[in-house]
Design a protein around this ligand. Sequence first.
Ligand SMILES: Nc1ncnc2c1ncn2[C@@H]1O[C@H](COP(=O)(O)OP(=O)(O)OP(=O)(O)O)[C@@H](O)[C@H]1O
Ligand SMILES: [Mg+2]
Length: 642
Amino acid sequence: MKSILDELKASFANTRQDILSLQEYVDGLESTPEFHATIAERLLKAIGEPRIFDTSKDERMGRIFLNKTIKVYDSFKDFYGIEDVIERIVNFLTYASQGLEERKQILYLLGPVGGGKSSLAEYIKILAEKEPIYVLATDKEISPIFESPLGLFYSPEYRDRLPIPSRKVPSFCSPWAAKRLHEFGGDINKFKVIKLYPSRLSQICVAKTEPGDENNQDISSLVGKIDVRKLERFPQHDVDAYGFSGALNRTTQGVMEFVEMFKAPIKMLHPLLTATQEGNYVGTENIGAIPFQGLILSHSNIAEFSLFRNNKNNEAFLDRMCVIKVPYCLRATEEEKIYEKLIKNSDLRNATCAPKTLRMLAEFAVLSRLAPPDGQSSVYSKMEVYDGKSIKDIDLKAKSILEYKESAPQDEGMDGVSTRFAFKILSDTFNFDPKEIAADPVHLMTVVENHIERSDLPESRRKELTVLLKDQLGHKYAEFIGHEIQRAYLESYKDYGQNIFDKYVDYADAWIEDQDYKDPDTGQLVNRAALDAELSKIEKIAEIGNPKDFRNEVVKFVLRYRSANKGKNPSWDSYKKMADVIEKRMFSSIQDLLPVISFGTKKDSQTESKHVEFVKRMVARGYTENQVRRLIDWYSRVTFAA
Ligand SMILES: Nc1ncnc2c1ncn2[C@@H]1O[C@H](COP(=O)(O)OP(=O)(O)OP(=O)(O)O)[C@@H](O)[C@H]1O
Ligand SMILES: [Mg+2]
């Protein structure tokens, strides 16, 4: 506990305010870039240098990014599958810090619901807290709008003599600073400069504003208003009677987040325009223009954006925004990581989540977001290719990622199952069984199906999603769980597997050498034709296309192993291809397994102990006992139905 307190203490010490004289500040301008860093520069510094990642060095990423070299920002590591969105945000900040047009634009994140816009905005605000700002102050108070001391030097004859680019100097100081300067009789040295850290908590340089409804929305939530308590002491138009509590006021050098900007009435948007374009705005009283050099960050989903865009009157406004699209994650592996992150941060982290549960949900979500490819290729294959899999061997009709992307509509990923919807499905799945908190794919499918039925999607869409779920994902899962069951079952059948293996190798060896095989136990001779018949039995089940090659391959592998291991045969499952063959040989049908894997049937004691062992192994693979029971039940049902 002590270390937490120490750290906390240190972090508070870090946010302590340092005071400089104006002279020290001006003298340090040249050597201390921090003194005059803009919000874009501070954000870039907080984001840090990217890691240059040559994707050709990584099979999966190479396929996804076509072996290009990409930039990875570790500071954004909790965002998954949206590398290009992050790169675009960084580019925006880079251009803004270079003084290009972006400096005067509203950064606008446009994307579907639950696509991560708010999280990105929140994170940008967290980043904004990392670097300090320098604020004009007097002995008694800090500038109520946290303005830069540079505003004092606005007139060109002084501005141009500062050792910094003139664009960094505000076009004037605030009315507050002007009044103080007047009170000081022009003695500028009476000003101080305070170094402080932006803070979301105290709304220093970071603020968030949300539109109220059409009627009660008040522009003062942006630009501040008269503070009635001060009217006793100051006249109405006096700057000291003004309450600088609006979001723009608080973020002169920081980040102002405007949630759902287009839900706000248009009159609310005008101050934003002048603030970004001209670097100032006016308050609700006639106190003079107020400087602004911050970043305005906004976001909304597509419906609102389209509505706003379709109105011709808004053209000028749109022209002053930099729109960055934030689509859903379209890679199932990364989508799964989003869910893992959510679970890790919740009480569910200790609950059992059976293998493939998150994967199935992620695949379902991505499938629902993808535009069906043209031609013969299936949307499932497209999902796999987007996820960086190489599936040419499995699906001959699959296309390359480039082909899929090129033929996809422009707004792919802006529609479909939302992350938040997926989260809801997950919590319902974990709580589906009143007896235990745990999730598995079978419950997941039931929950998803219910949600689809209850949703207000059009009938045809509901049908499509149900087909994806049941036919594609359900089918894949049956294959997977069948394999899991076999594996757990198999381990109690090691000897059986080894016997099949050893015999296969002996037979194949004799067959290759063109000799009769003499059984060491019985002394019986097996001729070449009989050998071939026995070997084929196994190969047929496993659908081995070219038995001759396969026999050679296996025998070669075994001979090599023997010579390195004092003549011993390898374990039956050490050669992947052969292990698959033997598994198939052992269980040509689920019926063979049923006595051992099923629950509740009468068993002899030997089968019963095998059953117990089997369940134990399944639990070790990540299932609860209830789940094992249910999944086996489900599996037998679907395989018998087929
Ligand atoms: N690509 C992603 N990487 C990591 N987390 C993500 C990603 N996309 C969404 N999320 C998570 O999904 C949840 C919902 O995201 P968020 O609230 O940011 O969405 P939004 O776009 O603001 O949605 P809305 O339009 O409904 O306000 C958050 O917990 C967020 O962390
Ligand atoms: Mg949001």
